[in-house]
Ligand binder design. Structure first.
Ligand code: NAD
Length: 260
């Protein structure tokens, strides 16, 4: 079903987004990669994915917090690959600090990258999907789209917003061959999590080792991180044939975090 479809994955130069992009390429999707990184490494990544999966792989450096750059990226994808059939909103950033001193610029950045970007990409791609009567939208939210943690006000607010946006888009597209679902991972060991360990240690008065064992793994009853490949497999499942009538859903991959 995914053979020769075109997938745009935001934030796919690293972590979860890269794993999702690779999984979709394995199914035969042509890719538009997005995100920041070293030019040479990104060029090598494009070559590798293209060679190993026999698909076209484009790259756009758009900053998804800019509506204008998002619209340009969709146009570029159309020009290079023909359309956008699968949209994965994955780009995300984090800042950990108590609310009273939480910098306004960080609040604005996190809301723009983690939430508003999905509004812009969906608004720009839905007409293409509706025209074909087929489309798949997967929004990478978080368990923080369902429950809160202290010191993550902007991230928790943005991710709750992503879950709400997902449900709204699902209802608006329910009879148009388009599905829209959210994936809510628990902790996954990617640069996004590694980079917040020192801030969390400072905010909670713990050592970095204590943050790892008590805050991160301590909150996941399974005692282990979720693997990027498991998240990628879920995203690909939602985009494939079995996902035909799954829409507006929230898929939780959290080792039991939200069950406790
Ligand atoms: P990561 O830091 O490895 O990757 C983030 C990606 O987003 C990178 O490719 C980066 O270049 C890109 N990016 C950041 N700002 C951008 C911008 N303004 N425009 C375009 N691209 C931008 O992080 P990750 O852990 O793979 O996170 C991916 C998504 O998964 C995020 O939405 C994150 O909130 C979510 N998530 C992560 C975890 C976790 O534990 N790692 C848990 C739940 C949800």
């Amino acid at each position: 079903m995914l053979q020769s479809k075109v997938a745009l994955v935001t934030g796919s130069t690293s972590g979860i987004g890269l794993a999702i992009a690779e999984s979709l390429a394995e199914q035969g999707c042509h890719l538009m990669l997005n995100g920041f990184g070293d030019d040479k490494e990104i060029a090598e990544l494009r070559n590798r994915l293209s060679r190993e999966h026999n698909v076209e792989v484009g790259y756009c450096a758009a900053d998804v917090s800019s509506a204008e750059q998002v619209h340009q990226m969709i146009e570029e994808t159309q020009k290079l690959l023909g359309s956008v059939d699968v949209l994965v909103n994955n780009a995300g950033v984090q800042h950990v600090e108590e609310i009273e001193t939480f910098p306004v610029e960080q609040w604005d950045r996190i809301i723009a990258v983690n939430l508003s970007s999905a509004f812009h990409t969906i608004q720009a791609t839905l007409p293409l999907m509706k025209a074909k009567g087929w489309g798949r939208i997967v929004n990478v939210a978080s368990i923080h789209g369902l429950v809160a943690s202290p010191y993550k006000s902007a991230y928790v607010a943005a991710k709750h917003g992503v879950v709400g946006l997902t449900k709204t888009v699902a209802l608006e597209t329910a009879r148009q061959g388009v599905t829209c679902n959210a994936i809510c991972p628990g902790y996954v060991l990617t640069p996004l999590v590694e980079n917040q360990i020192s801030d969390t240690a400072r905010a909670r008065g713990l050592s970095e080792q204590e943050v790892m064992s008590e805050v991160l793994l301590g909150s996941q009853p399974s005692g282990r991180f979720t693997d990027v490949k498991d998240i990628a497999a879920m995203a690909t499942f939602l985009c494939g044939g079995a996902g035909n009538n799954i829409t507006g859903s929230v898929q939780v991959l959290d080792g039991g975090y939200t069950a406790a």
